[in-house]
Design a protein around this ligand. Structure first.
Ligand SMILES: NC(=O)c1ccc[n+]([C@@H]2O[C@H](COP(=O)([O-])OP(=O)(O)OC[C@H]3O[C@@H](n4cnc5c(N)ncnc54)[C@H](O)[C@@H]3O)[C@@H](O)[C@H]2O)c1
Length: 285
């Protein structure tokens, strides 16, 4: 099947690299035009670099190579007016908005200061509210909002022990899960769907960096990506160390398409079974 989102317009945050870029390209391959934003600057308490101008230019190139159009802007999800400007520019160009993917996010794990908590909550939680707020005036019946959570939202206490930054990450993602549920209720009568995707580890800039190599392999002086991978595998009973961005994009595509037109309020775990051993996360008792 192709053209699964033919003629739709998708607004994606954090689109310069990783999962956001992958969603942009996958949706474009299936017929969507893209409105892409990214911060393109580092954040002090995040112990790894954010995407660059060159990264966003590469997303533009890859989307255009599919034959679809893209409006790309530098914008910070913490600043509502920047998102509104970007969405408005995209809607002026493409005429409408059908899909919202709130992907931008950071991890300040390992940084044990109040600022690390505030930074991650500002991006991962306030940023998601800003993204949906900026999109709201343009959404019509049939639109789809897709929020990015994390297994950290459903894993009791998992990252709370890694300092204020890790706690802020889990805090923000728990609220994203809740916002997804409650916004689905708010929008149901307008036939606008809201779903949350909760990935386990994903092979992207957030995980594939020096800080993470050290976090997962504290026993080594100069750990590499290859050193980290066996330690990631222990988190999944299926033995998968991390998912690819493309595997997450497959779920984004489903939620973006009309195939899921009656599916809303879902909390979809893409976790290689990570949550199975820790009990009944998300399962009614
Ligand atoms: N990688 C993982 O293991 C994993 C697992 C579960 C959930 N997630 C979620 O996925 C998202 C991260 O995506 P990724 O895995 O592709 O990582 P990534 O770091 O490669 O991409 C995140 C993108 O968001 C951008 N960004 C950061 N702060 C921003 C801001 N204030 N405004 C606009 N853009 C901003 C970055 O520049 C980057 O391009 C986060 O929401 C994260 O919680 C990631």
């Amino acid at each position: 099947m192709s053209g699964r989102v033919e003629g739709k317009v998708a607004f994606i945050t954090g689109a310069a690299r990783g999962q956001g870029r992958s969603h942009a390209v996958r949706l474009a391959e299936e017929g969507a035009d893209i409105i892409a934003v990214d911060l393109l600057e580092d954040i002090g308490t995040a112990p790894y670099p954010m995407a660059t101008k060159e990264d966003l230019a590469e997303t533009v190139r890859l989307v255009e190579a599919t034959g679809r159009r893209i409006v790309a802007r530098q914008a910070d999800v913490r600043v509502l007016s920047q998102l509104q400007e970007a969405v408005d520019a995209g809607v002026a160009e493409f005429g409408k908005l059908d899909v919202v993917v709130a992907q931008a996010g950071i991890l300040t794990m390992g940084t044990n200061t109040p600022q690390a908590f505030f930074d991650v909550v500002q991006v991962n939680l306030v940023g998601v509210l800003n993204t949906t707020t900026a999109a709201a005036p343009h959404l019509l019946p049939g639109a789809s909002i897709i929020l990015t959570g994390s297994t950290a939202a459903l894993l009791k206490g998992s990252v709370d022990i890694t300092g204020a930054g890790g706690l802020g990450y889990a805090h923000s993602k728990r609220h994203v899960a809740r916002i997804g549920h409650d916004l689905a209720s708010v929008y149901a009568a307008q036939r606008i769907r809201v779903n949350v995707i909760h990935p386990t580890n994903v092979d992207s800039g957030m995980m594939d960096n020096d800080f993470m190599y050290h976090a997962f392999r504290p026993d080594l002086d100069a750990p590499t990506r290859e050193d980290m991978i066996p330690s990631l595998e222990t988190k999944s009973p299926m033995g998968v160390p991390w998912l690819t961005p493309a595997e997450i994009s497959a779920a984004v595509l489903y939620f973006a398409s009309d195939e899921s037109q009656w599916v809303t309020g879902q909390q979809l775990k893409l976790d290689g079974g990570q949550l199975l051993p820790v009990g009944d996360a998300g399962v009614p008792s």
